[in-house]
Design a protein around this ligand. Structure first.
Ligand code: KG4
Ligand code: ZN
Length: 338
């Protein structure tokens, strides 16, 4: 029988300090500490984020170990996000992990943050078979992928400008909502009229995305009112505007997915990343996959947004392939998946 694997995952690529424990591929604990300090700036301030990671990481790791009922000496391996992300934030996680790896004499592996999001599907009861398609929709990325085996991917399409989450956050800012606006737009949209205003849908050839047009179109729409009138309009029609904007984004996200399912014949499709928490996107994607006689896979809500459980799972899949990182591994803010 193989020795029990007890992995500690660490995620510090942006503004969430997270740690998780995975025992033989099963999640034993997951702790995420968010940084509310960024709200007043309307976005993540890199310097504040890295300093906060430094302050929080030890206690977040201790809490993850305690919740899992695991001692440091029980750990058999470490997994850390090595990129992409904010350099200062990534360096906190990578340096910490390398030091712990030397101190405990156990291997570590640095993984790509996006590979973590892809692996979040394997934290659920029902996991997708290979090959499957996966739409990654987060604050920093929007891409449609084909996954043939662990670590074997193909990018079918990606955004040429803003990521979907970025579009939610920027449009939210235009509407006067706090950062990150995605969850709030989702909530407000529930009582809104999706047909209130028809924002233009950008559709590119192939599987690529573009969200800069819709952001500008919301801005132009609101700027067409005089200031006082605009505030009154926003007050009376905010849920309708949110629902109309959200519907347009969902339409744009799903159109390449539908095409990819038809073109590849692959009927197992995952939806991951922060925006996969969006209730309307989940509903519409589920409807699309039903119509295609396919199956949709989404992580539990807790593992849509950044977390270390998905990072630990990505590392688990890589370590099973016999891979590990050398101590020369460094954080790479612009790390590519391929
Ligand atoms: O994956 P994530 O936690 O961080 C990145 O890797 O970027 O994604 C964060 C993004 C933010 O842009 C946030 O506004 C968006 O996910 N988001 C949502 C929802 N929940 C989070 N967007 C739309 N609807 C939601 N319910
Ligand atoms: Zn993410």
């Amino acid at each position: 029988m193989s020795k029990t694997s007890v992995l500690l995952g660490i995620e510090t690529s942006c503004d969430d300090t997270a740690a998780a424990v995975l025992v033989d591929g099963k999640l034993a604990s997951s702790v995420v500490s968010s940084q509310p300090q960024h709200v007043e700036f309307g976005g993540v301030v890199p310097e504040i984020a890295s300093r906060a990671h430094e302050k929080l990481l030890v206690s977040v790791v201790e809490s993850a170990l305690q919740k899992a009922g695991v001692k440091k000496n029980d750990l058999t391996g470490l997994v850390v996000t090595k990129g992409p992300g904010l350099i200062g934030s990534l360096m906190v996680g990578v340096s910490f992990t390398k030091a712990l790896s030397v101190g405990l004499c156990i291997p570590f592996i640095g993984v790509n943050h996006l590979e973590g999001h892809l692996a979040s599907l394997f934290l659920s009861e029902q996991t997708p078979p290979y090959p499957h398609l996966c739409l990654i929709v987060s604050g920093g990325h929007t891409q449609l992928m084909r996954i043939d085996a662990p670590g074997k991917f193909l990018i079918l399409g990606k955004t040429r400008d803003d990521a979907a989450g970025e579009a939610f956050d920027k449009v939210g800012k235009i509407m006067g909502l706090d950062y990150p606006a995605g969850p709030l737009i989702d909530k407000l949209s529930v009582s809104g009229n999706r047909a209130f205003h028809s924002f233009p849908r950008t559709r590119l050839k192939g599987y690529d995305y573009s969200f800069s047009g819709i952001k500008t179109s919301v801005l132009y729409y609101l700027n067409s009112f005089e200031e006082e009138e605009r505030l009154i309009h926003l007050q009376s029609s905010l849920p309708d505007l949110c629902a109309s904007f959200q519907e347009a984004v969902v339409d744009m996200l799903l159109s390449p997915v539908k095409k990819a399912v038809k073109d590849t014949g692959i009927r197992h499709v995952g939806l991951v990343g922060g925006v996969s928490a969006n209730s309307r996107l989940r509903k519409r994607m589920s409807g699309l996959m039903d119509a295609q006689h396919g199956q949709m896979y989404v992580p539990d809500m807790a593992y849509c947004m950044d977390n270390a459980a998905m990072i630990a799972m990505a590392g688990h899949l890589r370590l099973e392939l016999g891979e590990q990182s050398a101590l020369s591994e460094i954080a790479n803010p612009s790390l590519k998946l391929l």
